[in-house]
Design a protein around this ligand. Structure first.
Ligand code: SF4
Ligand code: SF4
Length: 657
């Protein structure tokens, strides 16, 4: 009878579970097509490293605790499989295995169950005492933890009864179950052991089946989708955005689910709500409306509310009837203020253990606002006009572009006569402070005998801010012009001092058919120093030198060591590191077009970063980006009494010549 009830329950549970998964996962078909199945072997390797190995999870505080629960679950999946099979066919169990193998498995199950139980206790205490983010203490989170704990306790109870009954030998293979057996034997009458065993068995069975069916309806859906999500991750870096097709009648950007890709929608189910993205986000941590976890969560809520409707309807009619992904705080939407707060620094994506890609979704929503609704912060109107009409953010006359070098005798770029194009960038050409970097860089290049030329007044803005701000149409216009110019002039190698120009010329222009060898000045100078083409005559005396990583050089393009090595050679000293450095570095606040926007909410991002830097009392903070230069100079000026100076690495090298 019991067996029949169990078979009925198991069949019903599996059917409902399969149906629930189908219903939820079918929703992602609302999204646009995207191909994510190339290089399957590399993808499998990533799964082994990041999903099975939990590499990103354990790299952060408390991650090991999650890793323990995950690994224990992998091992205990085998024990649970045996539990379910022997529930249907009592004669089929591990008892059929050779003693040695069975003993090893029982030992593994005992230890893993104990480890999971302890890890669950730690997770519950942590969530209560020091939650990872405000709002993390949900009923759902505690409910899941208690279900896992109950499963483990029921396992020990069941094994304990079996040992107490003599049905299972109390060997060294079951140390924890032996202890449970002693407790059970001491507290349970011999005649009640069988009933106790049945109770534990049913508790285990009901919780296991209940847990399985709860998953698709909870944030723990990630147990089912996170591993596929890692397999389907962007194998490159999210350091560029996809192009739009500008054809009449097309819709641009994303305000509805069907404008995101199916992978974007799958991401929303894969979020574990660990809060790591928001802890790393410069906007969230300085009190802005943006919360990258919230953006992903809103997409999920939107999908659950609208997905089924959209699935049944075709075309735009469905989209119109659904709540927008961009709203004013309504559940399932992200506010415009939040979207404009993003610096596109990529810290969220770097922190996410399941490789969720927040930034492309944010840019898609910005594109909708700019291109479909012409809704953007007022300050951007000027910027867009200046970029469009004068191809620089300040709207300066093109003739002003070459004034910084009027005292220098620079050669114009000429294919065949000059090897590199020195792409100065708008900041390097127009901004008073960054012009000094440009001059210093030419001194370094001349000292090393590098063959380079400039475009002078013919240079145009690369379009980075336009693209990250969602004005893809403008970016496309600007890019087409520059690509044509580079092709006519046969430019193939570019040096740039600006990580924003660097990433745009290197990663974005490729989409427009222009493959360039783009080198950031830090990499070039490192090479010149290593080859002996550049010799330092003296050590630059700049006291305690600290280095700040630019997001677009480091996190987006993996250039971490070159600027550090250059500084070490030029100063003769080790470089001081900030608390948050390399891939965990904190943004200066200027990326993603934020350079041109005021910060109206919370504390300024640059102040946060400057305070972090000054805590170690450096005499010089070194940067390798003109935007970082501006943000640090402004931030340090606000700190009364600080004598810390800001230098670009090219200036430091120039001092050492
Ligand atoms: S890219 Fe940077 S600013 Fe934007 S959401 Fe991610 S962490 Fe926050
Ligand atoms: S998006 Fe990633 S980092 Fe952010 S809460 Fe979800 S799983 Fe964690």
């Amino acid at each position: 009878m019991e067996q029949t009830v169990f078979i009925f329950l198991l069949t019903a549970s599996l059917t409902v579970f399969a149906f629930s998964c189908y219903r939820r996962l079918a929703l992602i078909s609302v999204g646009k097509n995207e191909y994510r199945f190339d290089c399957p072997l590399d993808r499998l390797k990533e799964v082994l490293v990041y999903a099975v190995g939990q590499k990103r999870v354990i790299s952060r505080p408390f991650g090991l605790n999650h890793g323990i629960i995950f690994w224990a679950f992998l091992v205990l999946a085998l024990a649970n499989f045996e539990f379910l099979v022997s529930g249907i066919f009592p004669a089929v169990s591990f008892a059929l295995l050779p003693d040695l193998l069975r003993g090893a498995l029982l030992f593994l199950f005992d230890i893993c169950s104990l480890a999971a139980l302890l890890a669950v206790a730690v997770a519950a205490v942590r969530r209560t005492v020091s939650p990872p983010f405000q709002g993390a203490r949900t009923f759902e989170a505690y409910f899941i933890l208690s279900m896992i704990a109950t499963l483990m306790l029921a396992y020990f109870g069941l094994n304990g009864v079996r040992i107490a009954q003599g049905a299972l030998a109390a060997t060294a293979a079951t140390p924890v179950s032996n202890l449970a057996a002693r407790v059970i034997a001491a507290t349970t009458a011999a005649g009640a052991l069988a009933t106790t065993g049945i109770v534990f068995w049913w508790i285990h069975a009901v919780v296991l089946l209940g847990f399985m069916n709860f998953l698709p309806y909870s944030k723990h859906m990630h147990i089912l989708t996170a591993i596929p999500g890692v397999f389907l991750r962007n194998m490159g870096k999210s350091n560029t955005q996809e192009r739009e097709t500008f054809v009449e009648g097309n819709s641009f950007g994303a305000a509805t689910l069907d404008r995101l890709s199916w992978k974007d929608l799958l991401d929303s189910f894969s979020c574990t709500e660990c809060g790591r993205c928001q802890q790393s986000c410069p906007a969230s941590t300085t009190g802005k409306a943006l919360n990258p976890r919230g953006v992903i969560h809103a997409i999920k809520v939107n999908l659950l509310r609208n997905g089924a409707v959209m699935e049944k309807l075709s075309g735009d009619a469905g989209a119109e009837r659904c709540i927008s992904l961009i709203g004013n705080g309504e559940k399932g939407s992200t506010t415009e203020a939040a979207l404009w707060s993003c610096t596109s620094c990529g810290a969220c994506m770097e922190a996410c253990p399941v490789f969720i890609e927040h930034l492309p979704k944010i840019v898609q929503m910005r594109r909708h606002l700019v291109q479909m609704e012409a809704r953007f912060p007022e300050e951007l109107l000027n910027l867009f006009e200046n970029l469009e009409q004068r191809s620089n953010p300040w709207g300066m006359a093109p003739s002003e572009r070459s004034k910084w070098s009027s005292q220098l005798s620079l050669r114009p770029f000429e294919a065949g006569a000059t090897e590199y194009l020195l792409f100065v960038g708008c900041s390097g050409a127009f901004d008073a402070r960054n012009k000094q970097t440009s001059v210093a860089l030419t001194r370094v290049l001349d000292a090393a005998g590098v063959s380079y030329g400039v475009l002078g007044r013919e240079e145009r803005c690369c379009g980075d801010s336009a693209r990250r701000l969602g004005n893809e149409y403008l970016f496309e216009q600007m890019t087409r012009e520059t690509v044509r110019q580079f092709q006519v002039k046969a430019v193939t190698k570019v040096i740039t001092q600006c990580p924003h120009c660097f990433t745009t010329l290197k990663n974005d222009y490729r989409q427009f058919g222009l493959e360039l060898e783009v080198v950031h000045h830090s990499e070039l100078i490192r090479g010149l120093l290593e080859d002996g083409r550049l010799a330092t005559a003296r050590k630059a005396e700049l006291g305690r030198v600290m280095f700040h990583d630019s997001c677009y050089l480091g996190r987006h393009n993996d250039v971490y060591e070159a600027p550090r090595e250059v500084l070490k050679k030029a100063t003769g000293n080790e470089v001081l590191e900030m608390g948050r450095n390399r891939e965990n570095a904190f943004c200066c606040g200027a990326g993603g077009g934020r350079m041109w926007l005021e910060e109206h909410e919370g504390t300024p991002i640059n102040r946060n970063r400057v305070q972090e830097a000054l805590a170690q009392q450096p005499e010089t903070v070194c940067v390798s980006c003109p935007f970082c230069m501006t943000m640090f100079e402004d931030g340090i000026k606000e700190m009364t009494g600080s004598r810390t100076q800001v230098r670009d690495i090219a200036e430091v090298v120039a001092l050492s010549l």
